[in-house]
Design a protein around this ligand. Structure first.
Ligand code: CAA
Length: 294
């Protein structure tokens, strides 16, 4: 595999995780954000994770410094010119992504592979808008990126088989297990996960059980690490609603339709952990179910 330098566009929750696991695998990483403030926040998140690893005795202080030393921040696209692969983890907005790909197309040599971490937008549409559709794949990581072992590798009808294999090998080199998916909205995991999460919200709406009991049911009855409503708060209710909207728009099937309670919670700013409140209130430890949702 010829990949040595990795570029990451976006240093939010996913971008910072991707930059971290790439550096942990020994790649030189350049991560691009729109402002120095967002860059500082993103690299601070990586440092925070590594610092917790040191506290837990999982990471040595030397390793923490070594990983951070491989990550360089930038606010320009031109700084990604020597990257062999660029993984885009910008906001899930097709216009914002198109703008990033226009700049990347101009900055990077034609051999550079472009990979999008999108969870629900069309890989084919993004690829077709670049001058290197054959060298464009989806690389969909899972949150929290440093701990989750899976990467979905997504091919469009335009992806070259050699590039697809190279992307699978790259994901494996990060210590992740790649699974291969065609470019169908939601790929493999969200196609199954999203209807399950939306059904859990419908169960709350219909008064089938309490928020805690629905979560306990799936944790203890099925061995899931988190119940569906805790997972919704973790992923973000706004993120889930936008993924569901895109999937419903594509498939026109009720199982992908965001339930009214999800929409109302997003309108109320109850977006989960990131806003301090969702199905649970995170202002105290342990979190307690948010009253008055239905
Ligand atoms: N540094 C190093 N190691 C760390 C660490 C750190 N900062 N933090 C945690 N770890 C290690 C721990 O030491 C532990 O290792 P061992 O198993 O060897 O003991 C392991 O990571 C798990 O850590 P915790 O015990 O603290 O956490 P946990 O057991 O409660 O698991 C979790 C946390 C992995 C998040 C788990 O709850 C989980 O898997 N939840 C489900 C997450 C999920 O489904 N994510 C996907 C969301 S969907 C998505 O992302 C896609 C989309 O498109 C929406």
């Amino acid at each position: 595999m010829s990949i040595k330098n990795v570029g990451v566009v976006g240093c939010g929750l996913m971008g910072s995780g991707i930059a971290q696991v790439s550096a942990e695998a020994g790649y030189r990483v350049t991560v691009r954000e729109v402002s120095d403030a967002l860059l500082k926040k993103g690299i601070g998140r990586i440092d925070g994770f590594l610092a917790k690893g040191v506290e837990r005795g999982k990471v040595s202080p030397e390793r923490r410094a070594e990983v951070l030393g491989l990550i360089q921040g930038t606010t320009s696209f031109e700084a990604l010119a020597d990257c062999d692969i660029v993984i885009e983890a910008a906001v899930e907005n097709i216009a914002a992504k198109a703008e990033a790909y226009r700049a990347l197309d101009a900055a990077c040599p034609p051999e550079t592979i472009f990979a999008s971490n999108t969870s629900s937008l069309s890989i084919t549409e993004m690829a077709a808008a670049t001058k290197r559709a054959a060298r464009f794949v989806g690389l969909h990581f899972f949150n929290p990126v440093p701990l989750m072992k899976l990467v979905e590798v997504v091919r469009s009808p335009l992806t070259s088989p050699g590039v697809f294999e190279e992307a699978c090998a790259f994901a494996a080199s990060l210590g992740k297990t790649p699974i291969r998916s065609a470019d169908k909205t939601g790929f493999i995991v969200n196609r199954l996960l999203v209807p399950y999460l939306l059904d859990a919200i419908r169960a709350v709406e219909e008064g089938v059980g309490s928020v805690e009991d629905i979560d306990r049911g799936m944790q203890l009855g099925c061995g899931y690490p988190m119940g569906p409503l805790t997972l919704l708060d973790f992923v973000g209710l706004d993120t889930t609603c936008s993924i569901a909207d895109i999937m419903f728009d594509d498939f026109r099937e009720r199982r992908f339709a965001p339930p009214p309670l999800l929409k109302r919670m997003v309108q109320a700013g109850l977006c989960g952990r990131k806003s301090g409140k969702g199905f649970y209130d995170y202002s105290q430890e342990p979190p307690t179910p948010t009253p008055g949702l239905v």
